[in-house]
Each structure stands twice: as structure tokens, then as C-alpha cells.
Design a protein around this ligand. Sequence first.
Ligand code: OAD
Length: 246
Amino acid sequence: MNDTDIPDSLVRTMRLARSVVALTGAGVSAESGVPTFREAQTGLWQFYDPMDLATPEAFERDPQLVWKWYEWRRRLVGTAEPHGGYRALVDLEDRLPSFSLVTQNVDGLHQRAGSRNVIELHGNITRSICSVERTTVDPGITELAPPPCPQCGASLRPDVVWFGEALPATAILDATEAARSCDVLFSIGTSSLVQPAASLPEEATRAGAIVVEINPEETPLSSRADYVLRGPAGKVLPALVNAIYR
Ligand code: OAD
């Protein structure tokens, strides 16, 4: 995809937009080498059962297994580099009066690319918290898996939202507010299956915003979006920014 493939009416809408939200999912990280969750051949949930690795019960049953799985993902994320699509999102933030990046991703790649106003709905894999006190703790270098909290001795855990857990209250409030008050919402690289994130485009539509999906595959959002840009985020986002600001 190049900039001439972006519909003129979307380019005009973006030139007039004051407030834009980008809602991102695992597909954005795919071209940086971080696997998605639900894709048929490569998604993490094809190889692992989330109930064994991403629930509070799994952590209670086998904290070592869960901690080590997250350590593996942390290493994977540590070697990944943000691609041009991430930088296109930073460009949009630099140029628009109001821009919120709402992400379901836990890899911190948006921040590493330079995005500033990032709302993390599912936490961040690079941080650890005390499983009892919920305070952020630096686990340091240790052989213990999971390491103990230096304050209370309880196990540390990754600062991510597991299945069955509530999202951070401020994050979902801020994300909903941003979706309700934006002119354009982009839903990028998400299967639009996991709530409450999957409802944010609908909130935006109801409040009168234009919704644009960027995804190589069809999702439940596709038929309801005002525009669908079929392609990978690493190609479509730079093309979009070029088209708007050429
Ligand atoms: P999924 O794995 O469910 O969906 C990834 C989406 O990215 C799919 O729709 C793909 O078609 C699309 N995709 C793949 N490559 C792409 C590319 N290069 N550019 C754009 N899109 C691409 O991931 P999420 O929707 O993020 O939650 O999943 C939501 C949540 O479910 C995750 O945050 C995680 C997971 O369980 C928790 O861990 C709490």
C-alpha cells in the first residue's frame, strides 16, 4: 500500500481532525517480531493454553511456570525494534492537537518508538509488581522464579492484566473518555474480540466519530467501520501519514 491508496475523503477528514485516538493490538507488534495471540499459524494461544499461563489461578498453581513464560516473552520483546508504523503514530501525535494511543499491548514498543500519551489497558510486561501489595518492584538479577517482594516476601508477578482480572480503572476510564471525544478512531492490529477494548470503536461511533480499521484480515469491527485499510500496520500507517501531510 502507498499513499495514493488512502481514500481522499479520509485524508480530508484527517486534515480537519482535532482529536484522534489510535487503539492498537498485537498485530501492530507482529512486524517487529512479537507474536500475536489468535492468528491461526503463529498466535501464542495456538501453542499455549491461556488458562495455564495468564490467569491468577495459574499463577497460584504454578508460579514458576508462569513467571518463566513471561520472562521468555520479556526477552523476546527486549530484542524487538519498533517498525515504521510506530514512528508514523508518533508523527500523528506530533502534528495533531490531541492524540491518545490506547493499547492492549504489554510490550512497551509504542513508548520506545517515542509515543507519549499512551494508555496501557493490559499493563506492561517489562514491569513487575508485588502480587499482594500491587506496588511496582524492580526484580533485580535473581535466579528465583518468581523473586520475592523485598518489602513483604510475597511473590512478584508481571504487571499485566490476566483473564478474569479487572483492567486498571484509570486506564479504561481515560480510554473511554478519549473514544467518546475524538473525531477519528483508528483500530489497528486487533482482532476486536476482547472486551472492554473491543467496545471502544462503538463508543466513538456513537459519539459521532469516524472509525477506521487497519488490519490485513477481516474482524467483527470491519462491517461497522467507516473505512477499512486492508494491510499490515507497518505499511499502511506510513502511507496514511504521507497522504495526510504530503
Ligand atoms: P489478537 O492476536 O487477537 O489479534 C491480532 C490481530 O492483528 C488480528 O486481527 C490480525 O489479523 C492482526 N494483524 C496481524 N498482523 C498484522 C499487521 N502486520 N498489521 C496489522 N494487523 C495485523 O490480538 P489482540 O486483538 O491484541 O490480552 O488481542 C487482545 C488481547 O487478547 C491481548 O491484549 C491479550 C490477548 O489475550 C491479555 O493478555 C489480557
